[in-house]
Design a protein around this ligand. Sequence first.
Ligand code: NAD
Length: 310
Amino acid sequence: MPARILDGQALAARIQQQEIKPQVADFTAAHGRPPGLAIVLVGNDPASEVYVGHKLKAGQAIGFRVDLERLPATSSLSEVLALVERLNQSDVHDGILVQSPLPKAMGAGAASRVFDTVAIEKDVDGFAPASVGLMVQGRPAFVACTPAGVMELLAREHVTLAGRRAVVIGRSDIVGKPVAMLLLQRDATVTVCHSKTPNLAEVCREADILVAAVGRPGLVTKDFVKPGATVIDVGINTITDAAAASRLYPDGHKRLLKFQERGSMLVGDVHPEVAEVAGALTPVPGGIGPLTITMLMLNTLKAARARAGR
Ligand code: NAD
């Protein structure tokens, strides 16, 4: 039986419209202003432009104030830090998000310096070291939006975690590590794999819940997946190479035809053939991506309530 497709797009729309939107309206009525989010975009990386566009549109559609603060790619790190400091003091902004990646010219430690500077009560991205520390200890904190989106989907789809084997591929600070920690807190037995893990497929085959957060199109093939497992595909990869597209989809498949028309396509880390063995699977696009934005909105609402309550 083919895997059940876990429709993140539909779930995100439902949470945004039926749950967050009315709460935003209540907040606005009670406080005379909407919850506010500032998005800092440095430079004009095309993928970042797309992500920021989605966040702006989604937030504004459900009543948030969302301001885009742009800085040129030639900005210095001190200019970015000065902008973040100004937003830390702003009365109308409850959350601050600095879109990654920062321009390479800013240097290797730039992102950490920026995350260190965001006020913890406005850290809706959950990347500040204090937020991460609290999350690891299971104390109330802003949880990074993509890991929070993965957990929300698993909870809403009633996927049992306690006592089950979870394998996470990827150990980044923004996805792999926090997802692993959150699964552990929900009593799963968790293994984290990465680029140096030997026998990757064999380790993954032990998983009842397999999370792929790698950035390699179609890396997870059928032989990585235990029959019936729940597979969460966090990867978002743009492919423009016809050979790569043909490795994922057979001749005549509608996604391949669309690729041939457009010259590019968005795919995950999980090969589509996995649908033949998995019990449930998130699609790309339309899986974890929309939930990431939803979690950003929830974090901003939470930040607004906490600030208003002080
Ligand atoms: P990253 O490059 O920081 O980390 C990738 C991880 O994968 C590393 O820990 C690395 O060790 C591991 N890895 C690389 N090659 C491997 C291999 N061959 N086998 C096993 N492990 C390997 O990436 P990231 O920021 O964690 O993002 C991962 C993917 O998730 C990307 O495709 C990114 O675009 C996507 N992403 C999606 C969302 C969303 O909203 N859905 C949000 C963030 C990131």
